[in-house]
Design a protein around this ligand. Structure first.
Ligand code: ACM
Length: 268
């Protein structure tokens, strides 16, 4: 069950959707991975100045041009691709990610935990977390700040995810290291695809931290990009190693949980 997975890291330019799609597509074309993850909002950039802007740059899933472009690239390269985009739907405007396969659109995830001003532009995700069986592995999707809530990755892992696909636009310095713990405590692989660069718009400026990475179920950094590099970082993994949840001969990661004593976690 060896598969090649990876993250695509680059600097999207705000509002330059054609350019961003072309660049993402060309980086995917150069890679020979089975599963690749693109950053959060990779097609539009991140620093919106108004809700109107978010509405104008959002697209329907799967009819919109970004999902269609990813489907075309997936077909041409034989790759499964996860990438983040602003979604326009009758339910609202969402910070979403799509999963596409060489056979077409598979599914989407709407970001549950919105960060900072995203709360002004987007509606909170209303469909929960989902795991997709893509044959070579089971994929769970979460977006950027979802990492800050351990429940996100726990929920996906309990649903059977082997590989957490994590499109990101990280601005805080903690996530890359914190993901080692998330992977150890759930015994899964995680692909964090972050963007690079500084985005300055209308007096606001955010610097993104790069360092996209793949972490293994033992917390090991399998590969990590530079802070500013443009690259598709890939590695071969053995999916089976995410399916053994034994910690030692007496302990099992999931069977040893005591949900009866976790009331506050599940009582809203
Ligand atoms: C983030 O959720 N983009 C920090």
């Amino acid at each position: 069950m060896g598969i090649k997975i990876g993250s695509v890291q680059f600097e999207p330019l705000f509002g330059e959707v054609d350019r961003n799609l072309e660049l993402a597509g060309s980086l995917i074309m150069k890679s020979d991975a089975d599963l690749l993850v693109l950053p959060e909002l990779f097609n539009t950039g991140y620093v919106f100045a108004s809700k109107d802007e978010a509405i104008a740059l959002s697209e329907q899933i799967p009819q919109g041009r970004t999902t269609q472009k990813l489907c075309d690239v997936a077909k041409e390269t034989g790759t499964f691709i996860v990438g983040g985009l602003a979604e326009k739907s009758t339910d609202g405007i969402f910070n979403s990610a799509v999963l596409v396969s060489p056979d077409g659109y598979v599914g989407r995830y709407r970001k549950v935990h919105l960060f900072f001003e995203e709360k002004l532009w987007f509606d909170p995700g209303d469909e929960g977390f989902r795991v997709y069986d893509i044959g070579v592995c089971k994929v769970g999707i979460m977006i950027c700040f979802d990492w800050f809530f351990p429940e996100s990755m726990r929920a996906l892992s309990l649903m059977g995810a082997d590989v957490i696909c994590h499109p990101a636009n990280l601005v805080l310095p903690f996530c890359q290291d914190a993901m080692k713990t998330r992977c150890i405590e759930n015994h899964v692989f995680a692909i964090t695809a972050n963007r690079t660069g500084t985005e300055s718009r209308e007096g606001k400026s955010l610097q993104f931290t790069g360092r996209s990475q793949i972490i293994g179920p033992d917390g090991r950094i399998i590969c990590r990009a530079g802070e500013d590099s443009q690259e598709a970082g890939t590695a071969e993994i053995d999916v089976k190693s995410a399916r053994d949840k034994k910690i030692n001969i007496h302990n099992h990661l999931f069977d040893d949980r005591r949900p009866d004593y976790y009331g506050e976690l599940v009582d809203c």
